[in-house]
Design a protein around this ligand. Structure first.
Ligand SMILES: C[S@@+](CC[C@H](N)C(=O)[O-])C[C@H]1O[C@@H](n2cnc3c(N)ncnc32)[C@H](O)[C@@H]1O
Ligand code: SF4
Length: 358
């Protein structure tokens, strides 16, 4: 098992902590990248399903109950364009995901947002969807708009089990929609990265291998994610004895909610930590602002429990994955705190990687 960077990260973090305490080094000025590498721009937090495991829409909650914890809505065109144009104008490569705590295909202007982002060659734009509304017409519109990646949530290969947990879903329809989308990509010879994600319930475990084999025939990447109890940020995929380091998300990722609020990270479903609002500030100013730097400094100092969301969270572990090559499937497997990801590689990519085993 190879944990590529955990010891290195830990030592670096000790040195940073000592330097911050001694006032010798302004780590945050020199080590926060100019722009986030990943931006989640939540187009809406409304959803057409009520998946039982979903922290935001779990089927026992009514929309009224949910809106007490965070207002529900759709991003305005003006605000979406403001964020997209600023990120596009940065010229930096940014992975832009147009989903958050809801279903992005419910937004009537989703293709217009993709088209706006698609004009910027530095923005790798796409989203994760439950696939229910991925009609032929919308698929054509998204491909015309220049979508670069699409990920669909499909939980296993058993329609009865999937529909039991993804309440309101239709397994056959989602698979048919996605396969038709894939067919359009092939017919047009487009370079769209295609992913599928399975959230695994206990009774689906025997089907995981078949699911992976089935979807690797059609897509570039298959991920399988153990279902976490609602609201839990703990993961059994984190090996014992790995020392905690500052969370990479705070240094790489920005999460913008539909009303412009900037959340702490993608685990901040109810916007418990607000770092600013892009309606009144720029992405750049919030990214380098005092509130963002404060939470980074708390992590650098090792005071993880000072932020209640971070106290019980394993998501920081993403930075130190186990990586190996699955010879039988001919793909790379990356294990992190959230999921196991099976990625198809071309021969060049495979040759460049070193799968040393410890
Ligand atoms: C919140 S959804 C948003 C996008 C879209 N509505 C969808 O379902 O793909 C993002 C992903 O989180 C997964 N998810 C929801 N609850 C989960 C849980 N308790 N544990 C692990 N993954 C979960 C969903 O299956 C989905 O793939
Ligand atoms: S489809 Fe996605 S956002 Fe909607 S309830 Fe299910 S997991 Fe939550």
């Amino acid at each position: 098992m190879l944990f590529r960077t955990s010891l290195g990260d830990f030592l670096k973090s000790l040195i940073r902590r000592r330097n911050i305490k001694n006032g010798k080094d302004n780590f945050l000025e020199t080590n926060v990248p100019k722009w986030p590498r990943t931006v989640f721009l939540e187009t809406t937090n409304h959803c057409n399903l009520r998946c039982v495991m979903c922290t935001f829409h779990g089927h026992k909650k009514t929309p009224q109950e949910i809106s007490l914890k965070r207002p529900m809505g759709f991003i305005s065109r003006q605000l979406a364009f403001k964020v997209i144009d600023e990120l596009g104008g940065s010229g930096e490569p940014i992975w832009l995901a147009l989903h958050g705590a809801g279903e992005p295909l419910l937004h009537p202007e989703i293709d217009i947002f993709v088209e706006r982002a698609g004009k910027y060659s530095n923005l790798n734009v796409g989203f994760l969807t439950n696939g229910m509304l991925l009609s032929s017409k919308l698929s054509e519109a998204l491909l015309d708009a220049g979508i670069r990646w699409l990920s669909v949530s499909i939980d296993g290969i058993n329609p009865v089990l999937m529909e039991k947990y993804r309440v309101g879903s239709d397994y056959q329809k989602i698979c048919a929609n996605f396969l038709a989308f894939i067919e359009k990509v092939r017919r047009r010879s487009l370079q769209v990265d295609l992913h599928v994600n399975m959230t695994i319930q206990e009774e689906m475990k025997p089907d995981v291998d078949k699911f992976v084999d089935h979807w690797l025939q059609y897509v570039d990447q298959v991920s399988v994610s153990p279902c976490r109890p609602v609201g839990s940020r703990k993961s059994y995929l984190v090996p014992r004895g790995v020392r905690r380091t500052p969370c990479y998300m705070l240094f790489e990722m920005m999460v913008v909610l539909w009303d412009g609020s900037v959340a702490l990270c993608c685990e901040d479903w109810f916007n418990q930590v607000e770092l600013g609002n892009v309606q009144s500030s720029s992405v750049y100013d919030i990214w380098h602002g005092e509130r963002f730097n404060n939470v980074r400094a708390i992590h650098e100092a090792g005071n993880y429990s000072a932020i209640s969301l971070c106290k019980e969270c394993d998501m920081w572990f993403n930075k130190t994955p186990e990586i190996y090559f699955d010879d039988d499937r001919g793909c790379e497997v990356v294990v992190n705190a959230w999921q196991k990801v099976y990625k198809k590689l071309n021969t060049n990519e495979r040759d460049l990687k070193n799968y040393a085993v410890q």
